[in-house]
Design a protein around this ligand. Structure first.
Ligand code: FEO
Ligand code: CA
Ligand code: CA
Ligand code: CA
Length: 598
């Protein structure tokens, strides 16, 4: 039996205890079990080879599930009685140190890692709602998005001088997507995905201001793609602008395997964690996106055109044109109370008001000295000029479709000094992060908002200054480094983490947070992932007594010959990044019964 869940959610569980960081286990609550849905290297198509640790090849990888699954979304296929679904997955990056035999030539390693990044669409099926999903090899919607997949660039940057290369003189067709971290499902059934740490993929001239602002330099890149494909060396003649063709929010249609995915420059170019859409009361599509780096900003896009229910072709163009804003937060407590320790101000809240500062309005630049094209490509520099608030690494920024409030995971910021704190970023050397709640004043397209911190994370039993809403911090599941956000069917917030092991010393996991009432701020841990993994892409299907997570980079500190993790097979091979489903154990225990109230 398990306690009642907030808001009457069917997903009742007794929180698991935090798991120490060296434990190589996937842990779930009593009465639940876990099952892999799909693993790195699993064959996707009828002619895909089986995965072979010792003989991985490009030819195999392009037909197999990619590496380091991050954002994940599942949509049921209409007319299938919930028994079939289509899943979308980002493959953010690769860990070459644990993927290949050490004697594999570098050129081959790079070629495989290029093919192991990008995206996957794959069909799922299940016997009934009580059974775990398995993926469908050869499913009609199955697709890999690879380094040579064509993307159409839309918005102000398209066709501009900043994106033309010798291979694309029109500046409208880009090959590949990389560093895709988080994302979001649109109301019209497409997926958005953020190109995040794309700076790690290029050599480029650091004397060009827009490169320097993104931390891109001419040294050898992290992934070494430039050794295999010259366009990743943007110091070369004709490729200078290749780097300006990454750093966007992309949109893909999982329902049409022949569709051309888009890169939407109207949403700006920076290290997009992800992007999430809500339709405003007045019909415009509003997109929130965080720029995940220390001291970077939060952004909002408002579509020029209105959403039209049922007109998919129209809605799929909404993100090509609109207004772009960046956020400024103003606290309401005296600065002296915000001392960098994370101590709660005397009014009992980290809170205040804020405004969305326009960068582009009605197709016109609102930034002195910059054109709309420049703002779309060099968005950080444009934002710098209007005075937004420097945040503690904005990860997911996601609206609740229940309350219309917007939640931002501010994951951490080791570099903030005590003279740089403010009420929204109240802690110096912020190891554990915070979660911000933003309430637009009036319509979702408003330029003014109220805000407060829902959580200031950390382990109070480990001596950290924390804030857990209305709840005694010592009674919650300690949480650190919030990264991805999701909501269950009744509006509870779920948070997955990335970085807890190096902070509070526990494995990362998935947590439920109560948002309303006396228990607002209560955090309950639902699962923990194996050593050195982060928890990504949570999907909560509480009506099916189930949740999904992407287990990314398990055992990433190991070497091929000396693995740090054997997840998920635990047969002395591995690790393999894996999408996992957690579900109630129907066979042993029927619907978990609530404990009687004392
Ligand atoms: Fe790829 Fe911001 O985490
Ligand atoms: Ca306050
Ligand atoms: Ca992330
Ligand atoms: Ca992260």
């Amino acid at each position: 039996s398990a306690p009642e869940a907030p808001n009457g959610s069917k997903l009742r569980f007794t929180p698991i205890a935090p798991v120490n960081k060296d434990v190589d286990e996937f842990n779930v609550p009593e009465g639940y079990r876990w099952a892999p849905v799909i693993k790195w290297g699993d064959p996707l198509f009828d002619d895909s080879p089986e995965f072979d640790w010792n003989n991985q090849s490009v030819e195999a990888q392009i037909k197999q599930f990619g590496y380091n699954n991050d954002y994940t979304e599942i949509q049921e296929i209409p007319g299938s009685d919930g028994l079939r679904a289509v899943m979308f997955v980002n493959h953010e990056y690769t860990n070459a140190n644990i993927m290949f035999p050490e004697d594999m030539p570098k050129h081959d390693q790079v070629a495989i890692t290029m093919a192991a990044q990008g995206l996957t669409v794959v069909e799922l099926e299940r016997k009934d709602r009580k059974s775990p999903y398995t993926y469908v090899k050869g499913g009609k919607l199955n697709r890999r998005f690879l380094p040579d997949t064509e993307y159409e660039l839309t918005g102000p940057a398209a066709g501009s001088e900043f994106v033309i290369t010798k291979e694309d003189p029109e500046g409208r067709t880009i090959l590949g997507t990389f560093a895709n971290c988080s994302g979001g499902l649109t109301p019209w059934g497409t997926l958005l995905s953020g190109e995040e740490n794309f700076h790690g993929y290029f050599r480029a001239n650091e004397n060009i201001q827009s490169n320097a602002r993104l931390g891109i330099d001419s040294k050898e890149s992290v992934y070494g793609f430039e050794g295999n494909d010259p366009r990743f060396n943007a110091t070369e003649d004709g490729y200078e602008n290749e780097v300006n063709r990454f750093g966007y929010v992309i949109e893909i249609d999982p329902w049409d395997p022949t569709s051309t995915p888009k890169k939407h420059s109207a949403l700006g170019r920076f290290k997009h964690e992800g992007a999430n859409v809500i339709i405003a009361e007045n019909g415009h599509a509003v997109v929130y996106s965080g720029d995940d780096e220390r001291f970077e900003y939060m952004y909002k896009f408002v579509s020029k055109k209105k959403y039209v229910e049922g007109d998919r072709a129209h809605n799929m163009k909404l993100l090509t044109e609109g207004d772009l804003y960046v956020a400024r937060f103003t606290g309401n407590s005296p600065a002296a109370e915000i001392d960098g320790s994370g101590k709660t101000p005397a009014d009992g809240q980290f809170d205040g008001t804020g405004e969305w500062l326009p960068l582009i309005l009605d197709g016109k630049s609102q930034v002195e000295g910059m054109t709309v094209e420049e703002i779309a490509v060099n968005t950080r520099t444009a934002a710098d000029k209007v005075g937004p608030t420097k945040m503690d690494r904005p990860e997911d920024v996601e609206p609740s479709h229940h309350s219309r409030k917007v939640y931002a995971a501010l994951t951490n910021n080791s570099k903030r000094e005590s003279n740089q704190v403010d009420e929204a970023n109240p802690r110096a050397k912020n190891r554990d992060g915070q979660v911000l709640e933003l309430d637009e004043l009036g319509d979702q397209t408003s330029t003014e908002f109220a805000w407060n911190l829902l959580l200031v994370a950390g382990d109070p039993n480990g001596g950290d200054q924390t804030f857990y809403g209305n709840v005694d911090p010592k009674s919650v599941s300690p949480i650190s480094c919030p990264d991805n956000l999701a909501f269950d069917s009744v509006g509870n917030l779920w948070i997955s983490t990335d970085g807890a092991p190096s902070g509070i010393g526990y494995n990362d996991g998935l947590f439920r947070v109560t948002l309303e009432g006396d228990m607002r701020g209560n955090v309950e841990q639902f699962l923990s992932v194996p050593r050195e993994a982060e928890t990504c892409g949570p999907i909560v299907r509480d009506e099916d007594y189930s949740a999904f997570v992407s287990v990314q980079h398990p055992g990433e500190d190991g070497k091929f010959s000396e693995q740090h993790s054997f997840f998920p097979e635990y047969n002395q091979t591995g690790p393999r990044p894996t999408v996992v489903q957690v579900l109630a154990m129907w066979d042993e225990a029927e619907e978990p019964k609530p404990e009687p109230k004392p």
